[in-house]
Design a protein around this ligand. Structure first.
Ligand code: SF4
Ligand code: SF4
Ligand code: F3S
Length: 423
């Protein structure tokens, strides 16, 4: 197989196709600390794209409760176990010495390399994977709101003595999931019909419904299990990144690129989606004033989901700060400690950028900050000094025009006396 460079694992890896990169890449950051599990995103997607016959089981966007929930059931545990079986004890990270891997270098096997090692499971598999059984898709909210108790069992029992940060012993968190529009998509690599393609203009990964013949190799290979088979058409379907909106073709957009439906519907204001500029060699063009570039590459507060799978996913997560670190490290890689440190004690710039989430439907291409007054300061339990500045952050569109501006401190409204105690 050709060798391609994957920055998230800090090294080159085998992939069935030569490197080819889009000009821009659809990407998103989710702040898991803020998600309330309301499923508004899930229903926004469902009511837009998957409400038809044969799509009943399809949830292109889903929100599952970790550690036990999953759609399809146990998708990540199953794949992690398969990788461990192929490479026992070897799925490890090492420090990066090349300066190219912000999270370190993954020395284990990616799903592509594991398939190579096993000889493709005797069935010409291009990526290690499995086809979930029908019943595994049936309960998208399996184990919803179920915490891990102090003795490691699901449900019911809470820690009697109470605990405090940095880690809770009774915990769960919501994991928001959709297709990651990966740089090295396993679905695309696995399709024998070449029915899956990645768009040059925005990196969105699509299944050509005319070419698809329902082989389901994409379902088997995607480590995130995001292509889904539709029996009524005999083809597979997946998240299309709401591409008409990204292209600015939605009637509401006024011709400007708009965020996807699941992003815009987010009540908890945890989602920020946009486009990052990609150089010809696949590196991210240096754009420190692009909010996604800033959060992912500068502040390094948002991390990819299971980077060790090797598809270079373009969805990034601010990890939940109360969850035991070993669990988070296996899920988001070794960047977890630095990311939580940055989130707990945000820099002045990070605090301003965090205000950009969900103030507009339009994609924010860059930001500016106007300095304000210091409004608060304290020393954290680990001795770090935290200062809050009421700066104003200005969101700009792709042509540098202002979309909105907002301050760090939320405005304080006093209810007029005539409305006191009334609704
Ligand atoms: Fe393909 Fe899965 Fe990556 Fe989406 S998440 S691009 S379906 S491999
Ligand atoms: Fe659904 Fe669009 Fe979100 Fe994809 S981007 S999960 S199609 S709402
Ligand atoms: Fe290919 Fe998946 Fe269709 S493997 S043929 S895109 S079901």
């Amino acid at each position: 197989m050709p060798e391609v460079f994957n920055w998230q694992i800090g090294r080159t890896m085998s992939y069935p196709y030569e490197e080819a990169h889009p000009e821009w890449q659809f990407a998103f950051v989710f702040n898991t600390n803020r998600c309330i599990g309301c499923q508004s995103c899930t229903m926004a997607c469902k009511s837009t794209w998957t409400f038809s016959k044969g799509q009943e089981h399809m949830w292109w966007n889903n929100v599952e409760t970790k550690p036990y929930g999953g759609y399809p059931q146990y998708w990540d545990v199953k794949l992690l176990s398969m990788l461990e079986a192929v490479n026992p004890g070897g799925q490890r990270w090492a420090p990066d010495r090349s300066g190219k891997g912000p999270y370190g270098r993954f020395d284990g096997l990616t799903i592509f390399e594991a398939a190579e090692k096993t000889g493709g499971n005797g069935a010409q598999q291009r990526a290690l994977g499995y086809l979930p059984a029908d019943e595994e898709w049936r309960h998208p909210n399996f184990y919803e709101d179920t915490a891990k108790g102090p003795r490691g069992e699901p449900g019911g029992i809470v820690h009697k003595d109470g605990v405090s940060l940095p880690e809770h012993s009774t915990w769960f968190f919501y994991l928001q999931r959709l297709c990651n529009h990966c740089t090295y998509p396993a679905c695309l690599a696995a399709c024998p019909r070449n029915a899956i393609y990645k768009r040059r203009e925005d990196g969105i990964v699509l299944i050509d419904q005319e070419r698809c013949r329902g082989y389901r190799k994409c379902v088997e290979a995607c480590p995130y299990k995001k292509p889904m088979f539709r029996a009524t058409t005999g083809t597979s379907e997946k998240c299309i990144a709401c591409y008409p909106r990204i292209e600015g073709r939605d009637p509401l957009s006024g011709g400007e690129p708009m965020e996807a439906r699941c992003m815009v519907a987010c009540v908890g204001q945890i989602r920020l989606q946009g486009l990052v500029k990609i150089e010809k060699d696949g590196t991210w063009a240096e754009q420190p004033k692009n909010p996604l570039y800033y959060l992912i590459r500068v502040a390094q507060v948002a991390l990819p989901l299971y980077p060790q799978f090797g598809t270079e996913p373009n969805g990034f997560y601010i990890p939940p700060r109360w969850v035991p670190r070993p669990y988070l490290r296996q899920m988001f890689g070794p960047g977890v400690d630095r990311a939580i440190e940055a989130y707990e004690c945000p820099s002045r710039e990070l605090m301003a950028v965090l205000q950009l989430f969900r103030k507009s439907r339009q994609i924010v291409f860059s930001f500016e900050i106007e300095p304000g007054k210091k409004v608060y300061e304290r020393t954290l339990r680990d001795g770090r000094k935290y200062e809050l500045w009421n700066d104003t952050v200005i969101a700009l569109d792709r042509r540098g025009r202002e979309i909105f501006r907002t301050a760090v401190e939320e405005p304080f409204h006093v209810r007029p006396a005539m409305y006191v105690n009334s609704f």
